[in-house]
Ligand binder design. Sequence first.
Ligand SMILES: Nc1ccn([C@@H]2O[C@H](COP(=O)(O)OP(=O)(O)OP(=O)(O)O)[C@@H](O)[C@H]2O)c(=O)n1
Ligand SMILES: C[C@](O)(CO)[C@H](O)COP(=O)(O)O
Length: 221
Amino acid sequence: MKYYAVIVAGGSGNRMQTETPKQFLLLKNLPVLMHTIKAFAQSDSQPKILLVLNKEQQAYWLRLCEEFNFRIPHQIINGGTERFYSVKNAIETINEESIVAIHDAVRPLISKELIDKGFKQAETIGNVIAAVQSSDSVRMLRDNKTNALSRNEIYLVQTPQTFSLKILKESYKQEFSTHFTDDASVVELAGYEINIVEGERNNIKITYPIDLELAELLLKN
Ligand SMILES: Nc1ccn([C@@H]2O[C@H](COP(=O)(O)OP(=O)(O)OP(=O)(O)O)[C@@H](O)[C@H]2O)c(=O)n1
Ligand SMILES: C[C@](O)(CO)[C@H](O)COP(=O)(O)O
């Protein structure tokens, strides 16, 4: 079976509020995105790496690759206006039977073990996404009132989210909806039941400045 990793790095990082988009910021002296690509390159599955970047940031990325002597082979794909379109652009370029892991560029602490688990399970059951249970209590806001939810029934969803290409191609034919916050929500609306594999608490998404500080602390040397 062929394996692909789609690393989505086409966002602008508004919540991070830095001039340089967060995927290029330095984490232990290496751009965040390079840590992420390295994790996939070190996995046993050895996926072909498709990197989604905004057109305007591609020249900058190539300069960074030179500066850091970054030689892991990857194919660059144009980003879209929403994460949905960035993913869609990437899967449209894949034309062989395969298993495809989609991963946020800004989750650089992903382990190679979790990547491999995703590929293996998706190959057997069609799809699997990484998720962890909440360690906090959870409440839902509705009509200006909050109500407690059973936290044992709540999962916090991460990436990688791994699917057979066939399922992805079919699901991404749908029109974009603002309800699509990840790939699982797209695939689910196409009629598929989503499987979960235990994620990793370290697998944080760098969204706000504090997350980069946490990642510095959590990253093993
Ligand atoms: N049009 C987009 C939007 C997001 N992403 C990617 O999807 C991942 C998760 O998105 P998020 O953390 O929301 O990143 P941003 O959209 O950059 O951040 P913000 O929402 O704060 O602007 C990131 O790796 C981001 O680069 C993408 O490839 N294309
Ligand atoms: C895909 C994701 O990381 C799963 O938790 C998340 O949905 C991305 O959301 P964002 O709004 O693009 O940060």
